[in-house]
Ligand binder design. Sequence first.
Ligand code: BQZ
Length: 673
Amino acid sequence: MISRKPLGRSLLAGVCMAALSGLAASADPMPEERSLSGLEYDLIGRDDLYTYGRLDTYHQAPFLDDLVAAGKLPPVEERLPETPLIFKTAAMSDGIGEYGGVFRHVIGGRPEGFNWLAGQHQGWGGINMAIQECLVRQGPRWQIKAEEQTGPLPNLARNWEWNDDKTELTMHLVEGIKWSDGDPFDTEDIAFWWNDNVENENVTSRIQAGSFGGGATMEVIDDYSFKFSFPAPQSNTVLEGLAYIQGCPGPSHVLKAKHPTYNPDATYEDYLNAQPADQLPIPVLGAWVPVKHKPDEIVIMRRNPYYWKVDEAGNQLPYINEMHFKLTTWDDRTTQAVAGTGDFSNMENPGNYVEALKQSQDPNAPVTAKFGPRTLAWRIELNLAANMGSSDYDKELRRVFRELDFRKAMSHALDRDAIGQALARGPFAYPYMGGFASGSPYYDAASTDFTPFDQDKAKALLAGLGLKDTDGNGVLNLPGTGEDLVIDITFKAQRTDDRKQVEAVTSQLAEVGIRVLPKSVDETSFDPMWKSGDFTAILQRANFILPTRETCNNLPVSEICPYFHLTGADGRQMLPFEGEVADLVTRISSTDDAGEQTAAARQLQKLLTENVYNVGLVQVPAALLVNKRVKNAHPGTPVFMYEWAEDAVIRERFWVPAADQIGELLPGTVAEY
Ligand code: BQZ
């Protein structure tokens, strides 16, 4: 069994000496960046968004009156917690809303299943976030003024306090929240989430065992309070690791019966599939409950009658009764938003930017498009786990990947301007060198090493590694096996932008004697392949905005992270800078001091780019498109800042005037368990 301990310099073992070469080379500065961001918004205080408290009267969606009268639901006062979350009207761009109607998402993903505790996703594109609620919340932070950026916002955890040396954190849940089937939400769910999922190494939880806070432990205090104890002082920054997608409890009252710890007849495979995509409804804490799933067609959700948030008039949220997720493609999401048959898109497919922008300029267009900062960045992840190669060839190829001069050569061989133009003609793309995207609050251009397009330099670096075309076929040969240097680059079949970039990279690397074999994989099977490390190289759209968000996707913060450098049965040979990278992440997480965070982030950016940890390609801005009939979609919402727009825009506040409401497919109903 691999012991999964958090990494630190002290664990650094077996340095690959060859990787030390090339570090002294001088760094080229990043080219000038022209921002396309046109978002305008006023920043507000944390307490201006929402608070918690009791109101004298509460109201519910009118159709629920009949269900309460028929005894099918308790009165709304009994369905709400003691102190529901209350959204402030002044922060709602179109104020208090009216009930009814449908919100239509379009997504390219497909539900793996509904056991998110075991790492299953429900298709991305906002469907995960519609049903999962997490201890703290990051998305709406985009609107919080800098002086109040003191860590994540409260959510299920209403408040928390640290001990004097910040090694103990006590959190308090909102008291009286109920799952959508009426079962109480309390620390029984927290204990199940933490002990039987996060800390259970047989479960592929969204937090790897031992990685939160450098190896925190958790104990339950009472029904609504629990305490984390950390091996070293922390800060509110570490709490970002308890936001979506990591810190989202599941319904223990249903899942325990299918978990091997509580059911000796169950396997962990049974547990993973405890809430399959074709067995609905399931209990949720989110605003909408999935009630119908037609594969490859649609997921229909109905309002959660126990949802624990209200507006200042005491109206139970959400306003919108029904949410659809049409299951098509990611490109189609923007097409439908611009056509008005869908209500939402993160316009993130540069290939249709020009057309979408043109159409959205029309005053009668159903949406307007305003770009945010560049946060969508693509990179090639070379598999650095040489000891896990499946053949001598694989092992030798990965040893070559571990050579810094090889990664530098690949980077110099890339014409990023041409890759950007292959994605979309126009000013959208900007070089990405790995590390933080330029739209990240942690990004610093001066700390980013740029490797300009230079085929001669690439060829010289490759020759310096003893890589020569010994058989004259135009492809370099590996010194050991003598075979051609061929890199399989796996990418998501459904992502047009990924395909375009792989094609550009294939032709550009061929010019310096590196053959690329593009391998397209269905998006639904991409993540399991990626997380198992079963690839030579992959093209991945990075979400490297915050060092604390999905850290395991990006950095060596535990022995099973990142997926492009896993630990094999005989351990792992860390590259010289990887231990320092892990230390820097711990340093960023253990301080609230902006100056310290900035200094550590700059060191991290420098290390990641001068060592070409990933071979960055390009980065582009995205634009949030929400149908104009939908109210309370704040126009300043970025597609991604602290979290995706689906979280940042606060969909539970959306409403549609009665005259513009679209007919519900399941009117008058709620989930029946
Ligand atoms: C946004 C997002 C909301 C995941 C996913 C998808 C997965 C990745 C990433 C994005 C989709 C949309 O992104 O592209 O605009 O709606 O869902 O979750 O790319 O394949 O694994 O990290 O967030």
